[in-house]
Design a protein around this ligand. Structure first.
Ligand code: UAG
Ligand code: ATP
Ligand code: API
Length: 492
């Protein structure tokens, strides 16, 4: 809690209990920040906020009415002010911890989650990202990736109270563009990869790249920039658009194909693990990880390079590799007793589908590839035909199903995907649970079932909002177990 005159240059010393940018959550004795959004404008909700108990309004446009007893503060950029005040209100919490930001199109969750878990073996760590917010006993689900500054600093404040020493934060390109992390102190910034995605929001590749570069500008003086040597295009963009980065940050690189500080070579891929030689500066080791697919080797290198930046020795890093486990819903192999494989993955973009299909195709031997997936409603509609064409190229059987329908139409979405599927047998089973069960019923020894798109998520977004969903892994595992036991009984 702070007095208003500790947050702004004003006379009023009223005690501020909380800060908000959404009028629907405003509480008594609070500050309301009016944000101009893409859908609506926070300036419209000032009266609601005051009715709910706001005592101070921070705005950029003239307001319709001004009430007695309310402090109005007009600024040129409310988001900048929100960042400054959120950080100050919560006592600069991110400066009291080691902040590790992870950005890029794909792999943020894997890298941020595993780094937090590996470091969590030595000290208290926090994690904020697509799989939720986690520190000490706190575990919250989230629907997005990077929260707004108020949510971030409130959670950082609670982390400091819990004696958390460091955090990993997934920083989306949206989060960077919409100034969600402008007031966060980052000691390490990690880059995974850049694909031409989210164009509906960014408009151009240039805008997307500019967003990613911003994380490196936010690095504290002398912090570490961890770059993927295989991402030649982004590295070029970064060095031409942030020319003096090397004067402010220490740079470390990782790579599978290009020369880097930390490299993986002689990689062997299997359906349930990978083996490779790792080169850390002038040290060399042979390692095995229960992590699958080429992109996850790249993620593993990003993770290990982060440990290196935190001054772990090569021997300590190699020891830490033993504790790497797959992240929930990210190329997660579902343990079943049958002789087929089930993998759950959080494919979001067409390029994710391509890489996952390609990988499974290359390791599955003579088995069939059975895929269960759909596409979300009202989002990236061009993706539908692309993933249909990819399924046509790589799969043997395809079951199209629901995935976050919103106010769209599942049958319609599935049909748009199905139009591109000519060779493999494809069916539409809109009930996702039944679709997964059908795939398991159809599987023979050696086959691989890929259940894509929902990953770890335990909700389904429909017209009425999020409704509970047990999760792809749970449904698959339970059904495979039931089937196995029934077969055992039949055989007896
Ligand atoms: C494009 C985007 O990021 N939009 C976010 C943004 O919405 P917006 O700017 O359109 O806000 P708005 O709905 O127009 O409202 C404007 C302001 O009025 C306020 N308001 C609104 C209604 C009301 O009754 N009272 C009120 O005060 C809102 O709280 C807001 O401050 O601010 C909202 C409030 O914080 C977010 O909920 C919303 O995220 C939406 C749900 C979203 O889908 N975001 C996605 C695209 C996103 O950010 N995804 C990335 C990950 C992407 C990836 O890598 O896959 C992420 O980091 O989550
Ligand atoms: N390094 C990578 N390169 C390409 N694809 C990847 C990489 N890592 C993961 N993927 C694919 O992207 C999916 C999402 O991975 P992850 O959740 O780690 O990414 P993210 O950056 O957090 O994505 P989002 O912003 O959509 O939540 C995985 O399920 C996998 O299919
Ligand atoms: N199952 C979710 C995924 C959200 C992915 C998130 N990264 C984003 O796009 O904001 C949906 O399709 O709505």
């Amino acid at each position: 809690m702070k007095k208003l005159n500790e947050l702004f240059k004003v006379e009023s010393d009223i005690k501020i209990e909380s800060i908000h940018s959404d009028s629907r959550y405003v509480r008594k004795d609070s500050i309301f920040f009016c944000i101009e959004g893409l859908v609506t404008d926070g300036h419209k909700y000032v009266d609601d906020a005051i009715f709910q108990g706001a005592k101070c309004i921070v705005h950029s446009k003239p307001l319709r009415r001004y009430y007695q007893g309310i402090v109005y503060i007009q600024v040129s950029d409310v988001l900048d002010e929100l960042n400054r005040v959120a950080d100050l209100f919560y006592d600069h919490p991110s400066y009291k911890m080691t902040g590790i930001g992870v950005t890029g199109t794909s792999g943020k969750t894997v890298v941020a989650r595993v780094v937090a878990r590996l470091l969590g073996r030595y000290l208290k760590m926090g994690y904020v990202g697509n799989n939720g917010i986690e520190y000490g006993p706190t575990m919250m689900q989230m629907t997005g990736t990077t929260p707004d500054p108020i949510c971030l600093h409130r959670n950082f404040y609670n982390m400091v109270k819990e004696n958390v020493k460091g955090f990993t934060l997934e920083v989306s390109s949206h989060g960077l563009a919409l100034k969600r992390v402008d007031s966060v102190n980052f000691s390490i910034a990690v880059f995974t990869n850049a694909y031409e995605e989210h164009m509906d929001f960014h408009g151009t590749v240039d805008n997307l790249m500019t967003s990613y570069v911003k994380l490196f500008r936010l690095l504290k003086e002398g912090g570490y920039a961890i770059l993927n040597a295989d991402e030649v295009r982004f590295n070029h963009y970064l060095t031409t658009n942030y020319k003096d980065m090397a004067d402010h940050a220490k740079i470390l690189t990782y790579g599978i194909h290009h020369k880097a500080d930390i490299m993986a070579r002689e990689i062997e891929y299997y359906i349930d693990h990978s083996a490779f030689n790792i080169y850390i500066k002038n040290h060399y080791y042979h390692v095995e990880v229960p992590i699958i697919a080429p992109f996850n080797i790249s993620n593993t290198l990003a993770i290990l390079t982060t440990l290196y930046a935190l001054e772990m020795t090569p021997d300590e890093i190699v020891n830490a590799i033993k504790y790497i486990q797959p992240v929930e819903g990210r190329m997660e192999v579902v343990p079943v007793k049958q002789h087929f494989h089930i993998i759950v993955d959080y494919c979001q973009h067409a390029h994710n589908f391509e890489e996952v299909f390609k990988f499974v195709h290359s390791v599955k031997g003579n088995g069939h590839l059975i895929a269960v997936f759909g596409a979300p409603g009202r989002k990236d509609i061009h993706k539908r035909s692309k993933i249909g064409a990819l399924a046509n190229k790589y799969c043997d059987y395809v079951i199209l199903t629901e995935q976050d329908e919103r106010d769209d139409d599942i049958e319609g979405i599935c049909s748009q995907i199905q139009e591109q599927i000519v060779d493999p047998i494809s069916v539409i089973i809109t009930d996702r649970r039944y679709a997964i069960q059908q795939a398991i019923d159809a599987a023979c020894p050696g086959d691989v079932i890929l259940i894509l798109g929902k990953g770890h998520e335990q909700f389904m977004t429909s017209l009425v909002g999020n409704t509970p969903y047990p999760g792809d892994k749970f449904i698959a595992q339970e059904y495979a177990k039931k089937l196995y036991n029934e077969q055992l009984e039949d055989d007896m």
